[in-house]
Design a protein around this ligand. Structure first.
Ligand code: NAD
Ligand code: LMR
Length: 325
């Protein structure tokens, strides 16, 4: 039998995990032939609720799930893990920016990064979902010097999927018909959903979309969609976040056959970004690794928007300098 892969999920009693765990248990990360072990990490007061989540997972009788562990100890939760979804963190409320969460959430990610460094399997891949995701991923990655830096990602895939879906609705195509969409930068209101390279049905999206609509409606709608969901739903997005987290991890492992995705990965200085920042970039996945799409010509407008994200991520990095030592 194939070896069992351990997949860790933090914030296992929270609302994102309540969707995410069922997709993982269904085999949506490693595929239908890979048996898995689920590791649920929570804070101590939430262990009872986590037990309930585990009971419901058991009651779902997923054939691929060979074991379910619950813990409030990161060293146990990540021991031998090949994939980790770092979801556990406080969500923002109405009127807050994601960066307002940095003080409360940032300190979660250093100890988890260290536990991953010391205990995870050699093939560990980490996707940070908890906000502010890019800088939390940076904190976790800094605490894990023995793990290759590029194994720490933050999630831009929800922004990417939101952009595809809005384009599909506006232009009357399926969301899967669009190629070369990218959301650059930070998972914040500064993010840059960029259609300059996007194509559909052999046509340039920029030729199909009214320029004023693109600048004044499309970009802010994607960038502020998280706040819109909070306003309308009363809670931050959960099922869509879980679905996008699955998309990210599955593509990272299985590859994208040359198709572009938006993934926040450690910058190597591409396109004017500062090396080391966890930056949303145009990527393809191949052989279990993200590769940044090379050789793109950028307009002044694109360079300005990317620079604004670079500045913001540097400011976030400065704000958590104490956690990066
Ligand atoms: P939630 O409050 O429903 O659940 C969070 C859970 O994390 C809680 O059960 C809490 O007990 C747990 N937790 C807190 N600290 C922990 C720790 N140190 N270790 C383990 N677990 C811990 O929140 P949610 O709606 O599931 O959202 C979780 C995070 O994901 C938030 O920060 C939210 O803003 C973020 N989010 C990110 C994206 C994205 O695109 N990156 C999308 C949606 C939500
Ligand atoms: C989202 O984009 O929906 C999440 O990051 C939650 C939020 O705070 O907006």
């Amino acid at each position: 039998m194939t070896d069992v892969k351990k997949i860790a999920v933090t914030g296992a009693a929270g609302q994102i995990a309540y969707s995410l765990l069922w997709r993982i248990a269904n085999g949506d990360v490693y595929g239908p032939d890979q048996p898995i072990k689920l590791s649920l990490l929570e804070i101590t007061p939430a262990l009872g609720a986590t037990e309930g989540v585990a009971m419901e997972l058991l009651d779902s009788a997923f054939p691929l799930v060979k074991d379910i562990e619950i813990s409030d100890d990161a060293t146990k939760a990540f021991d031998g893990a090949s994939a980790a979804f770092l979801v556990g963190a406080k969500p923002r409320g109405k009127g807050e920016e994601r960066s307002d969460l940095l003080a409360a959430n940032g300190k979660i990610f250093g100890p988890q990064g260290k536990a991953i460094n010391d205990h995870a399997a050699d093939d560990i891949r980490v996707l940070v979902v908890g906000n502010p995701a890019n800088t939390n991923a940076l904190i976790a990655q800094h605490a894990a010097p023995d793990v290759p830096a590029d194994r720490f990602n933050a999630m831009m895939r929800l922004d990417h999927n939101r952009a595809l879906s809005q384009l599909a609705t506006k232009l009357g195509y399926g969301s899967d018909e669009f190629e070369k969409m990218v959301v650059w930068g930070n998972h914040s209101a500064t993010q840059f959903p960029d259609i300059a390279f996007a194509e559909v049905d052999g046509k340039k999206v920029a030729d199909l979309l009214d320029h004023d609509f693109y600048i004044n409606e499309f970009i802010p709608r994607i960038a502020k969609r998280g706040a819109e969901i909070i306003e309308v739903r009363g809670k931050s997005s959960a099922a869509s976040a879980a679905s996008s987290a699955i998309d990210h991890m599955r593509d990272w492992i299985a590859g994208t056959n040359g198709s572009w995705r938006s993934a926040a990965i450690p910058s190597k200085g591409e396109y004017g970004t500062d090396e080391g920042l966890i930056f949303g970039l145009p990527c393809v996945a191949e052989g279990g690794e993200w590769k940044v799409v090379e050789g793109l010509e950028l307009s002044d407008f694109q360079k300005e928007r990317i620079a604004a994200n670079n500045k913001e991520l540097n400011e976030e990095r400065d704000a958590v300098a104490d956690l990066l030592k």
